[in-house]
Design a protein around this ligand. Structure first.
Ligand code: HEC
Length: 183
């Protein structure tokens, strides 16, 4: 019995030392994007909505929603450009699915009377999420933004992350952010 309790004390002691060696923010083993080291921010799914969008490409349409943390939302509302450090914008991408159940009801609804054969589309499977984190010093080489693309909790490879900043150049006059705050 004595030996067991000694072992327990030893294990707890070692665990304590290991915990104190861990970095203050973020776990050392937390998945991070290559090049930028951006991790998934906690609680992002409850952030405020910036806008929704659809990308239609033949049979591969996607529905998208962009969310911002409090700093990004405040900047959007006040029209602050460039976005202040600490701003985070996340875009969620889903497959676009038709909803036959909604269609049946919409066909009957007075508010869509006059619309010919209305079709409802809803988010289907989760595809990926894309993140932009503002830190003007750390990410000075990429307009002050760190980029990340996550799929099933895992970041994409380096080649993918090399495409982000160059493709966001056309939005340079809006601090590299394309999405406008939806009215
Ligand atoms: C082919 C060009 C292109 C590439 C490559 C690209 N983006 Fe974008 N991105 C866009 C466009 C255009 C939009 C706005 C339209 C949309 O997606 O809804 C956008 C939107 C975003 C948004 C929402 C905020 C905004 O700017 O509107 C985020 C976040 C984002 N991209 C992150 C990334 C990340 C991370 C990568 C790299 C893994 C990446 N993007 C690669 C063109 C690109």
């Amino acid at each position: 019995m004595k030996r067991i309790s000694f072992l327990l004390v030893a294990i707890v002691g070692v665990a304590g030392v290991l915990a104190s060696l861990a970095p203050a923010s973020g776990r050392a083993d937390e998945p991070a994007s290559p090049i930028y080291g951006v991790t998934l921010p906690p609680g992002y799914r409850d952030w405020k909505l910036i806008a929704v969008s659809e990308i239609a490409a033949g049979d591969h349409s996607q529905l998208r929603a962009e969310f911002g943390n409090d700093i990004a939302i405040k900047a959007y509302k006040e029209g602050t450009l460039p976005f202040p450090d600490g701003s985070i914008v996340i875009a969620h991408h889903w497959t676009k699915e038709s909803s036959p159940n909604n269609d049946k009801v919409l066909a009957l609804a007075p508010m869509v009377a006059g619309l010919d054969n209305p079709k409802s589309f809803v988010p289907g499977a989760f595809i990926n999420m894309q993140i932009m984190v503002k830190d003007s010093k750390k990410y000075a080489a990429s307009g002050g933004w760190g980029f990340a693309d996550f799929k099933n909790g895992k970041p994409g490879d380096e080649a993918l992350h090399k495409t982000c900043f160059p493709c966001h150049q056309p939005a340079k006059d809006r601090d590299y952010v394309f999405t406008r705050y939806a009215p």
